[in-house]
Ligand binder design. Structure first.
Ligand code: GLU
Length: 508
């Protein structure tokens, strides 16, 4: 039972209803797990409900496969939701793309009440306004051109089928305030808040509107999310006020950071950020959760190692931290190693069988090895590069010195390969055929011979000169491992002396 006299009891309506609202636009991000963990623990501690909502209003970037990955990744970690797109619940649907009538109704209400207005400005006009603002070094934002259109004109133009968005009518003076439970009173001057688009011309809501409408209809009591949403919160508060709805309690946790000198925002350029990367390399879910738990929470008495159960049983939201927590892979590694050593040997063996030697994992690897081994015992040494993290490049250093390219060019092209793969919707899935056509198109686009790029990829991914067919190898190794190794290759290349290869373009 929730004990209201417990000093750790959070303020606000109890039992709580909390949520995470990931956007299904890519790989399941560790930030989603981090925020998910705290919402989950909060709900369990106070016997509330944890809702998983899919924010798929960006139709061009959202995909069902990304949604499935996010659900799969959270499930792997043991973060379980009570309501969501797969399990349903009393406040569904739980995908925003299926809730459009609710947003439409909300927008109509704001339009009727004069709290929002239609904007007929073209993209060209908005671009022009932005350009001028930039040239004059003025803060960017909509210049409120359509704000004063008469209701008659606005209605008539919409009725005649003229394309438009709907914007919120932000008060021109005064301040918008709310209390962040972790950070105290937050105050924003209204004149600096943009008349944000809330309904796009395609009839889809923007994040701000959908978020507020859903949090209200889903009866969310405590919004626990990352600090990157603080600057959006005044817009949300204004929307709650415009609708006449009660505010939830807000908790903005510190943003995860890279363990570099500048403590920059956690990014996939510096750190693997996909949850699957950690799963595939064999970090254990309970260990990973404990690691994430430490990032935003102090358990008390400097204790770093605690289980999810212990965290739930003793959770006190006042011990959530707002400082920029550093995602330190070295620490994660140490935690995982300690946990492996603490296991009973039989349990470890079972886990190894499941992780490394499961039929699903072995199947494609065996198919590759079959063509290339002559003795059964050669199997494990032969397939070792399909497992594990970094590979050693010292044996293949000479081969990395492409004759016609210098060191800088090689580094640049490897970096581009990894980066551009993300913008190719098919190659992103890392299937063999899609990867091959992406790689060939990449060579052509950059004016490199396929042989040059394929050599770099083979060496980068396996650390060997001879390996199974390249695209089978890349697909089996998986995106995260390949990305990590290519990053390792770049680091290795940087330590090499320049070999002064002559670029064909320069030499011609
Ligand atoms: N879709 C946002 C995200 O991806 C949700 C932010 C929020 O929790 O309000 O994190």
């Amino acid at each position: 039972m929730v004990d209201a006299n417990d000093s750790a009891t959070p303020p606000g309506v109890l039992p709580p209803r909390v949520r995470i609202a990931p956007s299904p636009t890519g790989d399941p991000h560790v930030g989603t797990a981090y925020i998910g963990l705290f919402n989950f623990v909060f709900a369990r501690r106070w016997e509330g409900a944890f809702v998983l909502r899919i924010e798929d209003t960006d139709q061009t970037r959202s995909s069902r496969s990304s949604e499935e990955s996010i659900l799969g990744a959270l499930r792997w970690l043991g973060i379980e939701w009570d309501e969501g797109p797969d399990v349903g619940g009393p406040h569904g649907p739980y995908r925003q793309s299926e809730r459009l009538p609710m947003y439409r109704e909300a927008v109509d209400r704001l339009l009727d009440d004069g709290k929002a207005y239609r904007c007929f400005c073209s993209k060209e006009r908005l671009d022009e306004v932005r350009k001028i603002q930039m040239a004059e070094r003025k803060p960017s934002g909509y210049d409120r051109h359509c704000r004063d259109l008469s209701v008659e004109e606005s209605t008539a133009r919409a009725a005649a089928g003229e394309g438009h968005t709907v914007r919120m009518m932000v008060p021109l003076a005064g301040t918008t305030q709310w209390i962040d439970e972790l950070r105290g009173t937050q105050s924003f001057e209204n004149r600096l808040i943009d008349d944000q688009v809330i309904l796009k011309s395609d009839g889809f809501p923007t994040y701000h509107l959908a978020n507020v409408v859903d949090d209200h209809h889903m009866r969310i009591t405590h919004v626990i999310r990352g600090e990157e949403w603080i600057s959006s919160t005044p817009k949300h508060v204004l929307l709650y006020e415009a609708f006449g709805w009660d505010l939830p309690r807000f908790y903005h946790l510190g943003l995860l950071r890279n363990s570099d000198k500048n403590k920059s925002k956690l990014s996939k350029r510096k750190n693997p950020v996909s949850i699957f990367h950690y799963r595939d390399l064999g970090y254990m879910p309970a260990t990973f959760l404990n690691f994430l738990g430490n990032l935003g929470y102090s358990f008390g008495d400097d204790r770093e190692r605690f289980s999810l159960r212990e965290m739930i049983d003793t959770f006190d939201a006042r011990r959530l931290s707002v400082g920029g927590p550093v995602f330190d892979p070295v620490k994660l590694e140490a935690f995982n190693g300690d946990d492996i050593r603490a296991m009973d040997a039989g349990a470890l063996q079972e886990m190894l069988m499941k992780h490394c030697l499961s039929p699903e994992r072995l199947g494609p690897i065996v198919a590759q090895a079959q063509e290339r081994i002559t003795r059964l015992d050669d199997f494990l040494p032969y397939v070792s590069f399909f497992y594990g993290g970094a590979v050693d490049y010292t044996q293949v250093e000479a081969k990395l010195r492409l004759k016609k390219r210098n060191k800088k060019e090689v580094i640049k092209i490897v970096e581009a390969f990894v980066q551009e793969i993300e913008s190719d919707p098919e190659a992103r899935g890392f299937e063999k055929a899609a990867l091959e056509s992406y790689a060939r198109a990449f060579c052509e686009r950059h004016g490199w011979k396929t042989k040059e790029i394929f050599t770099l990829l083979r060496l980068g991914c396996t650390g060997r000169t001879a390996a199974p067919p390249l695209f089978d190898t890349l697909a089996i190794c998986g995106k995260d491992r390949v990305r990590m190794r290519l990053r390792g290759l770049v680091a290795f290349l940087k330590t090499m002396d320049d070999w002064g290869g002559e670029s064909p373009a320069q030499g011609a």
